[in-house]
Design a protein around this ligand. Structure first.
Ligand SMILES: NC(=O)c1ccc[n+]([C@@H]2O[C@H](COP(=O)([O-])OP(=O)(O)OC[C@H]3O[C@@H](n4cnc5c(N)ncnc54)[C@H](O)[C@@H]3O)[C@@H](O)[C@H]2O)c1
Length: 390
């Protein structure tokens, strides 16, 4: 079995990320190793879009160890990444008499991982969580680093609810991450490409974690990754996880004002403002609305690169390379029907990094390097938004 292990060391605990083909089959023994005991009960939060065969692999693995297993299926949409879904998970856990030492297993994409992770962080003030990411995006990014959250629906000026992304959450590191690339065989092409957006983001900051060749390597191996070549996928996931582990290890709770973990938010202030706009589509086809998270990140990276170029933080080649790789990955760098620029700037002011009502943006400053900038010139921000209008 071709398998890679990445060790994550954080100020909130250490854990292993196991990447390989068929690794889900040994999830129970790996969980028992991480816990230091065989679990008596396991609560699986399963993504409704994940094939039943994956549910069965996890259930069988734990059942073989003698655990009683409960499965709670959730719908993976940003609207369902909510307080209501969280409450449903917590109530179901309580009904199974889930105890403090019993693990939760998140089996699914980033939405399920974030929601189940937050449930594990809250339930009885915290129970262990094992992340089993089943999308590329969750494997390379969301399952590692301990950020858990749900979205919050806040009444806007007109009374209609506005979705604030990941507004309620907690840091809760997993005790283990199991990324089985066999799961990716059933993932849609569109969702697969979304994962590549976070890989491009990592490439744009990789020198900060000592892997300045990650971006060029990703660009060179895009075709093999898109063809889902197993060896390429394992290398891609392990390398992206290692980068995230290095950054999270240095600044686990994102408290470094000089730009530690916050660098992982490159492109995300733009992305989080446009992601909830329900009518946007990656290709102008209304049937494809709304944007997926990775598509919003792709647009956010394009906008951040443009903003940095305008402000003179980096030369235009950085923006050119970012756009070229995103397009080669089949990701959008422009979008139709974007609302007014002023509306988007206002939405960006809801970002969690905002301080004293001033925007704070992570922007590229050179090849594989980025920095956090306080209160960037608003005209450059407006220009960046306009640069992604189709
Ligand atoms: N916590 C973090 O650090 C972090 C980092 C990045 C993104 N995120 C969050 O992750 C979310 C996006 O995650 P995502 O891109 O995985 O999207 P997602 O969770 O919506 O999953 C995408 C789709 O793929 C389906 N799916 C999942 N696994 C499958 C499989 N093996 N085969 C077939 N279909 C499958 C799901 O049912 C869903 O429809 C966002 O909410 C974002 O905020 C969190």
């Amino acid at each position: 079995m071709n398998e890679r292990i990445v060790n994550v060391r954080t100020s909130d605990g250490n854990y292993r990320v196991v990447v390989g083909t068929g690794v889900l089959g040994s999830i129970a023994t790996a969980t028992a190793d991480a816990l230091g005991h065989a679990p008596a009960r396991v609560f699986i939060v399963a993504d409704a879009g994940v094939p039943e065969s994956a549910h069965a692999a996890v259930i069988d693995s734990f059942a073989a160890l003698g655990a009683s297993v409960h499965v709670h299926v959730v719908r993976p949409s940003e609207r369902d990444k909510s307080i209501e879904t969280l409450e449903g998970i917590l109530a179901a856990m309580a009904r199974t008499r889930h105890e403090r030492a019993d693990p939760v297993v998140a089996l699914g994409g980033g939405i399920v991982g974030d929601t189940a992770g937050f449930a594990a962080a809250c339930y009885r003030r915290g129970v262990p969580i094992v992340q089993c990411p089943t999308t590329l995006l969750a494997m390379v990014d969301a399952s590692v680093g301990g950020k858990t959250a749900v979205n919050l629906a806040v009444p806007g000026a007109d009374g209609a609810p506005e979705l604030r992304k990941n507004f309620v959450g907690a840091f809760h590191q997993p005790i283990l991450v199991v990324a089985d690339i066999a799961m990716l065989s059933t993932l849609s092409d569109r969702h697969f490409r979304c994962g590549l957006a976070e890989c491009v983001k990592h490439g744009m900051i990789a020198a900060e974690a000592g892997d300045d060749q990650l971006g060029p390597w990703t660009a060179r191996t895009l075709d093999a990754a898109i063809a889902r070549d197993a060896a390429t996928l394992i290398e891609l996931i392990a390398r992206n996880v290692a980068l995230k582990a290095t950054i999270v290890g240095r600044d686990t709770r994102e408290t470094d004002p000089a730009g530690g973990r916050v660098l992982l938010n490159l492109g995300h202030t733009f992305a989080h403002a446009i992601e909830p706009i329900h009518h946007l589509t990656p290709d102008g086809d209304a049937a494809h609305a709304p944007l997926h998270h990775g598509e919003a990140v792709s647009l956010g990276l394009a906008a951040a690169a443009h903003c940095a170029t305008t402000l003179g933080h980096c030369d235009a080649s950085i923006e050119f390379q970012a756009l070229e790789t995103l397009v080669a990955a089949g990701l959008p760098t422009k979008v139709c029907d974007l609302p007014d620029t002023a509306w988007i700037v206002d939405a960006m002011l809801h970002d969690k990094k905002v301080s004293g009502d001033k925007l704070r943006l992570v922007l590229p400053i050179g090849p594989a390097r980025a920095r956090l900038f306080n209160d960037p010139l608003i005209d450059a921000v407006r220009g960046a938004i306009d640069s992604i209008r189709a």
